[in-house]
Design a protein around this ligand. Structure first.
Ligand code: DAH
Length: 348
């Protein structure tokens, strides 16, 4: 059916149709299309009013207006939809043309973190010993009295066992937060036959809190057990370690000391890296800075793990990671490691 020909039958509808078609075609935006719809098909439009008035029309006009009116409405609705889509697509392609994104441009820089200075220090120390053939071993932070004290030849009544020094677990008198990494020596030797060469990084806990102590800190333990191990091996190993960490100019000295699990025991000092040994505030005018404890493994300790003390000897050492990092980087307050102040963290 040809709407144009049909429209000749009704001049009023023909005029409404022509006006609406012109209006819709000239709409330049989707909003203008909507305005045209309201104007020509809305409740108050001429077409709607005409269709509503059908019951009052003369009988012979009713079917003509009814049929033709609905055809005009359908045709205009179709034209409105087409025009709207046309304009929306135009808007889209215009936006695609003007708002081009160059996906080959580098993106926004993404903030990237790095390892904490303590982790870096632990890794550096591990690396030095790995180069000497040591393996890394680990043990639990929550430890038993046996591994933390007894098997390390630290009998009941020893001051380190006092509640001033150690975090015990309430209601579990034999369970505590380990006060040092030394218990891992026992755990390793229980499982493995000599020779043993291990370093043990980890967290340790003590009831201390001041500028040079935090209740949790880090240690690295070392244990070497083999045939014909002497104190010369201990000294040579730790001298090499100190030079690797603090520089080839550093020297060490061994001072007699006491630890329950080594005999003899020593503390090792490094020549002050600030004044070179002549004495300054950092080394309290002594020229030396204490960095670790060490000694030859006490045969009593070997007794707890059934090692043959005729055939095997060993040395052990333990150091505080925070202390090493503080000396290396000239820091004065150990608590800074745990303040999470980015101004400090970003320096390393
Ligand atoms: N465990 C000791 C401490 O925490 C450090 C230490 C000293 C470890 C001598 C050792 C050692 O293995 O031989 O103070």
């Amino acid at each position: 059916m040809d709407l144009k020909r049909e429209l000749k039958k009704h001049a009023g509808l023909k005029a409404m149709h022509e006006e609406a078609v012109a209006d819709i075609s000239s709409a330049g935006t989707p909003d203008e299309v909507e305005d045209a719809r309201v104007r020509h098909l809305g409740r108050k439009s001429g077409l709607s009013q005409l269709l509503r008035s059908i019951p009052e029309l003369p009988d012979d006009e009713k079917p003509v207006v009814g049929k033709l009116g609905n055809q005009v409405r359908a045709a205009l609705e179709q034209q409105l939809a087409d025009r709207r889509r046309e304009l929306e697509e135009g808007e889209l392609s215009e936006r695609l043309a003007t708002e081009q994104v160059d996906i080959t441009l580098p993106g926004q820089p993404f903030p990237r973190g790095h390892l904490h200075i303590l982790t870096q220090t632990i890794w550096e120390i591990e690396d030095i010993f790995a180069g000497l053939g040591y393996r890394i071993a680990e043990g639990p932070d929550i430890e038993t009295d046996y591994y933390n004290f007894t098997a390390l030849n630290t009998p009941e009544g020893h001051p380190a066992r006092s509640s001033h020094d150690t975090f015990f677990i309430e209601g579990q008198p034999d369970v505590l937060l380990r006060t040092h990494t030394s218990p891992v020596q026992i755990r390793v030797m229980e499982k493995e036959e000599p020779p043993v060469y291990v370093v043990v990084p980890g967290r340790v806990y003590r009831r201390d809190s001041d500028a040079t102590h935090t209740p949790m800190f880090h240690q690295i333990e070392g244990l070497a057990v083999d045939r014909n191990i002497t104190m010369g091996d201990l000294k040579g190993t730790l001298e090499m370690f100190v030079k690797a960490v603090f520089g080839a100019d550093r020297e060490i000295r061994l001072r007699p000391h006491f630890f329950p699990f080594t005999e003899p025991s020593v503390e090792i000092d490094v020549s002050c890296m600030i004044c070179g040994g002549s004495g300054c505030r950092a080394c309290k005018f002594i020229g030396w800075l204490e960095i670790l404890g060490a000694g030859m493994v006490d045969p009593k300790v070997f007794g707890f793990v059934d090692y043959d003390t005729e055939d095997f000897q060993g040395f052990a050492f333990g150091m505080g990671v925070e202390r090493i990092a503080m000396l290396k980087h000239g820091m004065t307050d150990l608590r800074m490691f745990y303040d999470n102040d980015l101004r400090l963290i970003r320096q390393f």
